[in-house]
Ligand binder design. Structure first.
Ligand code: UD1
Ligand code: CA
Length: 449
């Protein structure tokens, strides 16, 4: 199979007007990744596959979304939207290079799985000239219907062009197709636009191929893997399917989730064995959770790495650049941004740590704030191993607290603190004997009710 050369043509020029959005449809996201990103990722999951993407408006933005997964992808512009066959032909130059297999994918089907693509290509390898991915729809309205004759696929009829009898067919066109490279251009060039929409339908190549005596086959995939997105409702449906799929995979890989349906993952969330994810945790992009770590309820993480056995939350926020070492702890109502919290260090209550390094075993008291921003620039706070920062301290960066140093609670620290020193950065306390009682009497006598 891998010896066969393959080009994936991904159609992404559709206007997606039913999304009611200023954004092109294929740039809407599932699991934090644009729809087109999911499709390109699936296309590239097979070895050695070249990718051509056909785009309409905002070509540059679509190209950017494709790049991380297929840096070599060729991008073609379909200036006028004249139908799916017309769109494929925008990639004529790529197709003409001569591939064994041409896979045609839609940019709005983010749930397709590598197995479905392999299945289509196996059909070609087994001798078919065109293979269509079908599915059984509970409600087939709107989809092209697969017209089977004697076990072979004879035609695809678009909903608008179908007769009553054809509309009763529940076996639908999922949109994915594989075409033998040597026939692709001649089939596509033969497509006309005499139909209800006046468009060049890709689906017509089935009937054309059959009339030429070519071998046309249909295969089937579950609806959940080829669901196409035309509205925000379908976007949410796809998100739910994706989340469910990924959570299952993680749990089967050894991650505990007591209430999995409340855990929201991102396309690139990595979680190690024996990690525990409590209910209502949200993962943004770029998060890695090491084995044995625990993310407690209602935490929000993005761009962060959590070390082995570390604990986060409940109600914690890890922002980009937060790196928690082995057995580090970031507790309730704490925010950590662009900061390393080394092994065993604790940031347990109501604290903001930004642009900092917290040495191993240091203890950051409740309400500590690293004052990292002066309105123009960000500054670094360095806290040595084993340091103890008393509650309600403001560390005005740039500043260094030495290893083993103490900062008295309530301090505003503006100068570096040497190793093992004790810093007081607060007004000295004075007690005035009896003054409390006298004040109370004075205020009481003047009280206005
Ligand atoms: C298409 C199929 C239908 C199938 C359904 C599955 C055709 C004619 N119909 O219908 O049989 O059941 O998908 O979801 O193929 N696009 C372009 N340029 C165009 C037109 C479309 O790039 O000129 C792209 C769109 O961005 C989209 C894809 O092609 O990614 C499919 O187009 P869409 O209009 O969504 O087709 P459907 O009506 O859903
Ligand atoms: Ca569609």
């Amino acid at each position: 199979m891998t010896e066969r050369s393959c080009l994936s043509v991904i159609l992404a020029a559709g206007e997606g007007t039913r999304m009611k959005s200023a954004r092109p449809k294929v740039l809407h996201e599932v699991a934090g990744l644009p729809l087109i990103g999911h499709v390109v990722k699936a296309a590239r999951s097979q070895e050695g596959v070249d990718v051509a993407v056909v785009v309409g408006r905002e070509a540059e933005a679509v190209r950017k979304a494709v790049e991380p997964f297929a840096p070599q992808a060729e991008v073609f512009l379909q200036a006028e939207r004249l139908g799916t066959a017309h769109a494929v032909l925008a990639a004529r130059d790529s197709i003409a290079r001569g591939y064994d297999d041409i896979l045609i994918l839609f940019g709005d089907t983010p749930l397709i799985e590598p197995a479905a693509l392999a299945d289509l290509r196996e059909g070609l390898a087994a001798g078919a000239d065109v293979v269509v991915m079908g599915f059984h729809a509970a409600d087939p309205t709107g989809y092209g219907r697969l017209i089977m004759r004697d076990g072979a696929l004879a035609a695809i009829r678009e909903h608008k062009d179908a007769t009553e009898a054809e509309r009763a067919i529940a076996f639908c066109n999922g949109g994915l197709m594989a075409v033998a490279g040597r026939h692709a251009l001649s089939l596509l060039d033969a497509v006309g636009n005499a139909n209800a929409k006046g468009e060049y339908y890709l689906t017509d190549i089935v009937e054309i191929a059959a009339s030429r005596g070519l071998c046309v086959a249909a295969t089937e995939a579950p609806y959940e893997s080829i669901l196409g997105i035309n509205t925000r409702l379908e976007l949410a449906e796809a998100e739910a399917v994706w989340q469910e799929r990924r959570r299952r995979a993680l749990m089967l890989a050894g991650v505990t989730m007591a209430a999995p349906q409340t855990v929201h993952l991102c396309h690139d969330t990595e979680i190690g064995e024996d990690a525990v994810i409590e209910p209502n945790v949200v993962f943004g992009p770029g998060v890695t959770v090491a084995p044995g770590a625990r993310i407690r309820a209602f935490s929000h993480l993005e761009g962060a790495s959590v070390g082995p056995g570390a604990e986060v939350g409940p109600f914690a926020r890890l922002r980009p650049g937060a790196q928690l070492g082995r057995k580090a702890k970031v507790g309730n109502f704490c925010e950590v941004k662009k900061a390393v919290v080394e092994e065993g260090a604790k940031v347990n209550h109501l604290t903001y740590i930004g642009d900092a390094r917290i040495g191993a075993g240091a203890n950051i008291g409740a309400g500590t704030i690293t004052c990292n921003y002066d309105g123009f620039s960000k500054h670094h706070t360095e806290i040595g191993a084993g340091a103890f920062i008393g509650s309600n301290s403001a560390l005005v960066a740039p500043v260094t607290i030495g290893a083993g140093a103490y900062v008295a609670s309530g301090s505003v620290v503006t100068h570096d603190v040497p190793d093992d020193a004790l810093a007081f950065g607060r007004a000295r306390q004075e007690n005035k004997e009896g003054l409390g009682r006298r004040l109370r009497e004075k205020l009481g006598s003047k009280a206005v009710k």
